[in-house]
Write a protein that binds this ligand. Sequence first.
Ligand code: HEC
Length: 251
Amino acid sequence: MVRAHFKSVVFVAILIGATFLLRPLGAASDDDAAIATSLADMLRAARQVISNNQVRINDPNLGDKGLTGRVVLEQALVIYKKNTGTDPASIDPASRHGRLLRAQMDAIVEATDANQATINAKGVGFKGFIPAVFARLVNEAFENRAKNEAQVKVTAPEQLVRNRKARPDAWETDVIRTKLVQPDWARGEAYSAETQISGRQAFRMMMPEYYAASCLTCHGSPKGETDITGYPKEGGKEGDLGAVISVTLLK
Ligand code: HEC
């Protein structure tokens, strides 16, 4: 009898323990790491849309490409849903995740619509409208909307950075040097930490990306040779750490 009672107490204790353990999973959509990952996934999806349409964008014979902000966002949503299994529409707009993701979706529309003249220019082949430039414009528009709450930035190891706006700050530089480029760092694994930015508590997450063969027409060899965009090539190799999506969530 006493023994049976003891057993049921243990059983209840295990149940309570399991409930606590599982709770963070249930609440994951508002966790810092989940939000940061989601914002990176949406940026990647939008960047992929520009990449998928690059040949059309670069076609000098085509005028109107039909690539409005709405269209780019729609295509990005298809990719985001496929990659994450989540429909952003299902994320409560009143939650921090829902609010920030919607601000980012609005930023995607804004950055695309603001560049229609460039995208649709007839008689011009390469227009400089490439995924990296688009991602920067989206991130700038997002920062204006999410001011004082969140920032998404695409950076890279210092020696690879082209646009000075993309330079890693001291914390990012340290994470790249001491973690992401280390030979024992698990490939593709993100690094995150609670830290301070100008006196404010912040959650920061760094998500590494590696050069694919397609990147090397611009970032590859011979090092120093001018690429189609006018920048000197970095001499990068396939598989090198070439980019880091850095997300900051301010408290
Ligand atoms: C057509 C040439 C071209 C290709 C292909 C290309 N990039 Fe870039 N990349 C650029 C240019 C130009 C910039 C500067 C963008 C700007 O003005 O912000 C840039 C910027 C970046 C940045 C932001 C940091 C910085 O240097 O300013 C990263 C990270 C990056 N590229 C990584 C990649 C990766 C990874 C790939 C392949 C998936 C790739 N790039 C493909 C031309 C290219």
